[in-house]
Design a binder for this molecule. Structure first.
Ligand SMILES: NC(=O)c1ccc[n+]([C@@H]2O[C@H](COP(=O)([O-])OP(=O)(O)OC[C@H]3O[C@@H](n4cnc5c(N)ncnc54)[C@H](OP(=O)(O)O)[C@@H]3O)[C@@H](O)[C@H]2O)c1
Length: 337
């Protein structure tokens, strides 16, 4: 089979197309013929060496994929050849609270990922693909989709009538917008691009703001929302945290997810966060049980992930470069089959 390998943190040009034998599923395992993968910012970080010396190499990169069951190993009854499936980001976090052991095997990081024609998965780490989704759309769910689901629904507990702030128009943020609307919340969404802001409105954003043109966007969001938002989906990280603290209501939550905005400012507004009794909630994707809950909600609501562009398998490097450019709106997909 063909797959991409990274021999080291050598950047996008280091992605090499190689031949490997098609793996054979053992007891309790399933061989999946992958049809599509989508990229996450983390995949780009890994390719560029952002995970430092902890990263294993050689590595088949990319965590999120969808495809067809090709064969099942002994003892597998839940799946049969021809079933459409998606793989979980963490193979070992099946349900319940996270732990070091459950989070050890993250695809495209500690273990090989999905930028390959075939991959063997433990049967219990697979979820059936919603019928109304293409494989490219389904491949957006394991990391970006589930992270947004955990931030907004599972850990964020967003209720109808509440207000959620999303930052930018990447994969996690657009899913967060969609889940917040699904939960009956009002969404204030930001972007650095006025053209993307028009697309945010068509996705259901109630209020929008250009964070490049409005440096004190947190203050502005607080004014727009009345008393401050109930939940911020913080993909910027410490670089945007000060404005997020300003945007959040007393007693509100900041779901801390990303690192997009770079290093922290000289002084973080932590005392303000304390005085406003805000909650900083770290989010790390989710379990297979959470993935199933999200898939059920997506199926009932016939929700469609936003896939910006799909590249061919041969164009995988172009797909990474496109993501690195920041021009995308939602997910960047790679068709494998
Ligand atoms: N903790 C977890 O489990 C987890 C899981 C998934 C992702 N993440 C993290 O979450 C972040 C988002 O991941 P992703 O895959 O969704 O990224 P992505 O698709 O690459 O998002 C890129 C977009 O984010 C926006 N952005 C960039 N810098 C920004 C800033 N300073 N303020 C506000 N928005 C900014 C831009 O939108 P505009 O062009 O509209 O301005 C940009 O196009 C990353 O840091 C990733 O590492 C964490």
């Amino acid at each position: 089979m063909k797959c991409y390998e990274l021999q080291g943190p050598s950047g996008i040009d280091g992605l090499t197309l190689v031949e490997r034998p098609v793996p054979v599923p053992g007891a309790g395992e399933v061989l999946v013929r992958l049809n599509a993968a989508t990229l996450n910012y983390r995949d780009l970080l890994i390719v560029k060496g952002g995970y430092g010396s902890r990263q294993k190499f050689p590595l088949v990169p990319v965590s999120d994929g969808a495809g067809l069951v090709e064969a099942v190993g002994p003892g597998v009854r839940a799946f049969a050849p021809g079933d459409r499936v998606i793989g979980s980001f963490f193979e070992g976090w099946l349900s319940g609270e996270p732990s070091e052991a459950k989070m050890r095997a993250a695809l495209g990081g500690a273990v090989d990922g999905v930028l390959a024609e075939y991959r063997v998965f433990p049967a219990e780490a697979l979820v059936r693909t919603p019928e109304h989704l293409s494989d490219s759309e389904a491949a957006a769910l394991p990391c970006a989709g589930l992270t947004a689901w955990s931030a907004v629904v599972k850990l964020g507990g967003v209720k109808p009538g509440q207000t959620v702030l999303t930052q930018g128009t990447g994969g996690v943020s657009l899913f967060a917008l969609q889940f917040a609307k699904m939960s009956g919340a009002r969404v204030i969404a930001t972007s650095s691009s006025d053209a993307k802001i028009e697309r945010l409105k068509s996705l259901g954003a109630d209020l929008t703001l250009n964070y490049k043109l409005t440096a004190d966007w947190g203050k502005k969001v607080r004014e727009l929302s009345g008393r401050g938002v109930d939940l911020v989906v913080e993909v910027g990280g410490v670089g945007t945290l000060n404005e997020s603290i300003r945007a959040t209501r007393i007693g509100g939550t900041i779901a801390f997810i990303g690192v997009l905005a770079g290093p922290p400012p000289a002084e973080l507004r932590i005392p303000l966060m304390v005085m406003q009794q805000q909650r900083l909630q770290g989010v790390t994707v989710g379990s297979v049980e959470d993935l199933q809950a999200m898939v059920d909600a997506i199926t009932v609501n016939r929700m469609k992930p936003v896939v910006d562009r799909t590249f061919s398998f041969d164009q995988a490097k172009e797909a990474f470069s496109y993501m690195a450019s920041g021009a995308h709106f939602g997910k960047v997909a790679i068709a494998i089959g």
